[in-house]
Ligand binder design. Structure first.
Ligand code: NAD
Length: 269
């Protein structure tokens, strides 16, 4: 029996990739997609939007109806929309996968409320590779002593507005967790001018911007005489949609609770 997956925000960059991924995944069935009221894609056929011919699934703005028709809903929208969707998931007893970023504690509180009733998977990065990298970084940092300097280098496309990337900070948190320290006590997010010698135990960040780079992250452990570098390179946003659909299928056998990709991938100790 296949799992019925609904996509809210289905005409967005991620929404379209998510629908393609659902259509291409064995054991998954596309229940439909919604867009925001007034959205330009309302009334369009999903198959035609994706360039795959007529599907009979029409994009609407009735999120309640989509939740009712779905076993699980994937949400990569905006934080205000995510709050509405999390309340519907709780009320209608449907699992939810949230990729929306930029959530403040008040938005996350609504996810916690939903997670008391249904499985909710929430992750700032759904790439399987990045989550595996985070797990490896924590492990390596727990093995190596502070004579190994940790530096995190990331590169993204020229349009990215925040720095360091949320994923770089996540890698920093993983390294800090491995060393059993708080990242904010040891991070150095910029260096300019005569900043003095590097202090032992610091975790440094450097950000490069240019071209159309989807997202490169390298974590270096540099000691006297040797250097270990762990690198992930995202070449397509499809890595996020693949991870999110994997998470959606995983919810079918999960109890109510708030989960992340470490749970989905079995990376938790
Ligand atoms: P986008 O602007 O292309 O798409 C968002 C879509 O949501 C738009 O089509 C918009 O009309 C729709 N939407 C907004 N309000 C809605 C509502 N109430 N009901 C239904 N649809 C609604 O943006 P994007 O690049 O696809 O990114 C979306 C979000 O996903 C962002 O927060 C982004 O940072 C995040 N993201 C997360 C990951 C991850 O791995 N977690 C990866 C990529 C992007």
């Amino acid at each position: 029996m296949s799992i019925k997956i609904g996509i809210v925000g289905c005409a967005g960059r991620m929404g379209q990739m998510l629908m393609k991924e659902v259509l291409d995944t064995a054991g998954a069935e596309l229940a439909g997609g919604t867009e925001r009221p007034g959205g330009a894609a309302l009334g369009k056929d999903i198959g035609e939007l994706l360039g795959r011919g007529t599907s009979g699934l029409i994009i609407g703005d009735d999120a309640r109806a989509l939740f009712q028709a779905s076993d699980v809903v994937i949400d990569f929208t905006s934080r205000d929309a995510t709050v509405i969707h999390a309340r519907l998931a709780r009320e209608l007893g449907k699992a939810l996968v949230v990729g929306t970023t930029g959530l403040e504690p008040e938005h996350e509180a609504v996810l916690h409320e939903a997670a008391a009733k249904v499985p909710v998977v929430y992750a700032p990065n759904f790439s399987v590779g990045v989550n595996l990298l985070m797990s490896l970084v924590e492990k390596v940092a727990s093995i190596l002593d502070p004579s190994y300097d940790i530096e995190i280098v990331e590169m993204h496309h020229r349009h990215k507005v925040d720095s360091p990337s949320g994923t770089a900070l996540g890698l920093g948190r993983a390294a800090a967790a491995g060393r059993q320290v708080a990242l904010s006590d040891v991070w150095v997010k910029q260096r300019d001018g005569i900043v003095g010698a590097r202090k032992s135990g610091e975790i440094g960040f450097a950000a490069l911007r240019g071209g159309d780079v989807v997202g490169d992250h390298t974590v270096m452990f540099a000691a006297e005489g040797e250097r270990i570098e762990l690198t992930h390179k995202a070449q397509s946003r499809a890595v996020f949609s693949k991870g999110a659909v994997r998470a959606a299928l995983w919810t079918a056998s999960a109890k109510a609770g708030l989960y992340d990709m470490f749970d989905v991938l079995g990376l938790k100790a």
